[in-house]
Design a protein. Structure first.
Length: 107
């Protein structure tokens, strides 16, 4: 991992699960997002502050944590645009790309 992790809990997450924090951070920096939200499954909620801190430290973005339950990739929180949130980063079981859903998988 090319970005710094200052927390043993996050180090554990990156070893146990396939979480590509480098890509997340690169994407936020490339798009110059100043406010993002993270949405994590209930089992990850105990790590949500650490995840938010790590993203914020490495990008300078303000990170909001969606505290509601998550029932899958189609469970996208609404209303965050009121706070200026530019992107939602979902952590879960499978990769899901909203642009593929919008285009019915056609590129």
């Amino acid at each position: 991992m090319k970005y710094k992790i200052e927390n043993d809990g996050l180090e554990y997450l990156t070893k146990k699960y396939d979480i590509d924090f480098d890509s997340i951070i690169d994407h936020i920096k490339d798009k110059k997002y100043d406010k993002v939200a993270i949405q994590v499954p209930d089992g990850f909620k105990l790590h949500s502050l650490d995840i938010a801190d790590m993203i914020s430290v490495n990008t300078g973005a303000e990170v909001y944590i969606w505290g509601g339950s998550t029932y899958g990739a189609c469970d996208i929180p609404t209303g965050l645009e009121k706070f200026g949130v530019k992107a939602i980063i979902q952590f879960g079981h499978a990769r899901f790309r909203a642009d593929e859903r919008r285009n019915n998988g056609n590129k």
